[in-house]
Design a protein around this ligand. Sequence first.
Ligand code: SF4
Length: 384
Amino acid sequence: MLGLYVHVPFCGKICDYCDFSAISVPESYYLEYLDLVSREVSVFAERHPDALGKVETLYVGGGTPSALPSELLSRLFETLRSVGVPLSRLRESTMEFNPESCDAERLSVARSYGVDRVSLGIQSFDGELLDRIGRSHRAGTGESALGFLTGVPGLRVTADLMFNLPGQTLDGFLADLAHLMEFPLTHVSFYGLKVDPRTRLGHRVARGELSVDEDLYADMYRRGVEFLASRGLERYETSNFAIPGQESLHNLNYWRRGEYLAFGPGAHGFFEGVRFHAPEKYAPWRNYVKSGCPRDLLDLDIVDGEALAAELIQLSLRTSEGLDLEILRKNGKNVPESAILRWEREGFLVRSGSRIALSGDGWLFMDRVVEDLFCNCVPYSNLE
Ligand code: SF4
């Protein structure tokens, strides 16, 4: 399946913990961005005349795509349509909204171009916590946006929460989740805060002004998973939960190693066996586009051999589908029985046919399990 990701890098205000490719700039930049992204997409369409017509899922993410005023949003979708992206026939079309810029006008534009799924960044309903991590919206704004979106007929809505925030308690996180599930959601994501030392939040933690209780991380994750399961939302990826059938097709394609095109600063894509991304900072990306999108300014990574095995193990084990050992073998690698048995005995892995998947606290120790399985990988012809 071929997906398409478009990165809109703008945010009204940069959150204190943000380590994404996001910038806060005057709105005059928005027009330039639209011109540049249109050129980037057009250059790709000239080089690969058939590709964009084969796109099956679209994800407009950021940054904050809903920071764009409705007429510019319309231009963004028009650009995609003009190069043959079949917007009205996609299997799934998602756009990210932030509560402060979630309004009927923008949604109506997005819907008119086929958007059938919205991802809303709530993060928390606790106003103090939102302030502490430098979010620009208020708790009530999040509630209003959720109420509005979940009332739109035929629109699939997913919401993001964060946990392990500075000063957050286990009860506080569970209260956020419970409040979230008062809205008729069929998909939820939650992410533990990772403090990047280069961010404002990282500096405050380093100065001792704020602290994160790492001991709470595992409890919050376990209890969050249990709570959502009790509401019928199953974990299908380490941070993603859905009523069966409501999983994100676009994101599943990433984890299944499907291909996807990507446009915008720092957007990561995977096409014709090559992983790539354009310059992440806005100014170098502008230069890249203005110079005609030369391949030598892209970061390119041909994934084969060891890297392919590592990627298969890592991406597959993020999902509840797990790793199909037959696919690994077809790619010339195998995980010895002894390595699998060790994790099975710990209760961290389960086996079903040719598949292995994380279970229990294996989800919390995913990196350890992945690294161990990869390090123990043997060429398929040298099986023990
Ligand atoms: S809304 Fe998201 S992308 Fe924008 S600054 Fe906050 S964390 Fe970063």
